[in-house]
Design a protein around this ligand. Structure first.
Ligand SMILES: Cc1cn([C@H]2C[C@H](O)[C@@H](COP(=O)(O)OP(=O)(O)O[C@H]3O[C@@H](C)C(=O)[C@@H](O)[C@H]3O)O2)c(=O)[nH]c1=O
Length: 181
């Protein structure tokens, strides 16, 4: 597994080794020894799977209590995945990084606690699977505005109108949001 820091180095791009043969392929999506050696979490409390149609934009999400680290990947389709640093004390506070994740490149992102996370679906359908280091905490679940100009995410919309949940369409801007110290 190749593990590389992105421009915000706490966010890692993971590229598993894919073993293809005449039956199909095999890859490791998580290996506790490899993760421990790379300084990544080895304790995960929840696994999630969502399915979305083209143009769906989920995010930007985080939770204030027991913030979640996330290991995210796409098992069907293609998305543009984004992490925004919302740790006020961080030198990269308010900055974002993004990567395309697909069932072609089999790439994964590790997003540490303290980041808001979201993705835009670029394929007809996308199955999005992820592990979380802590349990979902509904009461402290928060959204941040996907289009906040102060963050300036360069979503590859290519004419798509994003399809948002009501809570995400009405989400506050970073300047008005509760974030991490
Ligand atoms: C996140 C979550 C939601 N739910 C329920 C609540 C709700 O009825 C339904 C859909 O929830 P949401 O609209 O929050 O789902 P979704 O918009 O897919 O939320 C997810 O978005 C991505 C970007 C993330 O980063 C995730 O952490 C998570 O926030 O599922 C759970 O039961 N457990 C969970 O862990």
């Amino acid at each position: 597994m190749k593990i590389e820091p992105l421009a915000i180095p706490d966010v890692k791009l993971l590229t598993p080794r894919v073993f293809g043969d005449d039956r199909g392929f095999f890859l490791e999506t998580y290996n506790s020894r490899v993760f421990a050696e790379a300084g990544l979490p080895t304790e995960w409390r929840q696994d999630n799977h969502s399915r979305s149609a083209r143009g769906v934009l989920r995010g930007l999400h985080y939770q204030l209590t027991d913030p979640q680290g996330k290991l995210v990947r796409v098992t069907r389709g293609r998305v543009f995945d984004v992490a925004v640093d919302i740790r006020r004390a961080s030198p990269s506070f308010g900055q974002w990084v993004g990567a395309e994740l697909s069932d072609e490149n089999q790439a994964m992102l590790f997003i540490p606690p303290g980041f808001a996370h979201g993705f835009l679906v670029l394929s007809e359908v996308a199955d999005f699977c992820y592990k979380c280091t802590t349990l979902w905490h509904q009461q402290s679940d928060r959204s941040l505005r996907w289009s906040d100009p102060a963050i300036g995410i360069d979503w590859p919309l290519d004419g798509l109108t994003p399809q948002l949940a009501g809570k995400d369409a009405a989400a506050p801007l970073l300047a008005d949001a509760e974030v991490f110290a």
